[in-house]
Design a protein around this ligand. Structure first.
Ligand SMILES: [Zn+2]
Ligand SMILES: [Zn+2]
Length: 248
């Protein structure tokens, strides 16, 4: 796993499939998504490498129930004591009470899906000890007040997190940047000048028309920085790029 500093308070954790983010408020950390199965101990190691203890992570906010985002949540919660939060519509699948609904794949998505599946570890995720349910408009206690934005479409209970005080938006899989594995790598400076990104509405959705409405809603938030479940973040002028993706 690569750990890349994006902003002084924000690190990107990149797994073989998908990404998570670590946000810091003083001594306290918040993890947004938790990687694939087996990621728990790897995240703990990354937290220690940043000079903090896993117990400093107070909460794990899950953008949706897919296994490349929740795979390590139960593992990391067990070793850190962090609270796990998810939207109420996705929470039952995070708890492992039922398998989540499969995406409705378009023909062109089938080969991409097969390629992703090749990189996912087998088995089923360790369910978190408990999951706190969140709803649209709720404000969470990190990043100066993180607003939960319900963005259904990718899954019914997909959420984004908007930190208006910081101009930062976590989109989950409602938006993706190409290439999905990203090009930023550890040890290289993160470009601060505008760079060419290709943002696309998320793939592997339950309901694409609803997803497109959600992308428009995210574009309207006017965020400067946008962080995705897959692909390199946009560190400047994110809202304009999101509007372009919304118009696709
Ligand atoms: Zn997903
Ligand atoms: Zn994903």
């Amino acid at each position: 796993m690569d750990v890349i500093e994006l902003l002084p308070r924000l690190h990107l954790l990149r797994f073989p499939v998908g990404q998570a983010y670590l946000w810091r408020d003083g001594e306290e950390l918040t993890l947004i998504d938790a990687g694939t199965i087996g990621a728990g101990p790897v995240i703990a190691e990354a937290v220690r490498a940043l000079g903090r203890a896993p117990e400093d992570v107070r909460r794990i906010v899950l953008t949706h129930f897919h296994e490349d985002h929740v795979g390590g949540a139960g593992e990391f919660a067990a070793l850190s004591g962090a609270e796990v939060l998810a939207h109420r519509l996705d929470a039952p699948f995070v708890r492992g009470e039922a398998p989540g609904p499969a995406p409705r794949l378009a023909e062109w998505e089938l080969p991409i899906r097969a390629e992703v599946a090749r990189h996912l570890p087998g088995g089923s995720p360790l369910p978190p000890p408990s999951v706190t349910e969140v709803t649209d408009g709720e404000v969470l206690g990190f990043g100066g007040g993180a607003q939960v934005v319900h963005v259904p479409g990718h899954t019914d209970g997909s959420i984004a997190l908007h930190l208006p005080a910081e101009g930062v938006l976590f989109t989950g899989d409602t938006v993706a940047a190409l290439p999905p594995e990203g090009v930023l790598s550890r040890g290289e400076p993160v470009p601060t000048d505008p760079v060419e990104h290709t943002l696309i509405p998320g793939v592997f959705n339950l309901d694409r028309p609803r997803l497109l409405d959600s992308v428009r809603r995210l574009a309207d938030l006017g965020a400067e920085v946008a962080c995705f479940g897959h692909g390199d973040p946009v560190l400047r002028g994110a809202a304009a790029e999101l509007r372009r993706a919304a118009a696709m």
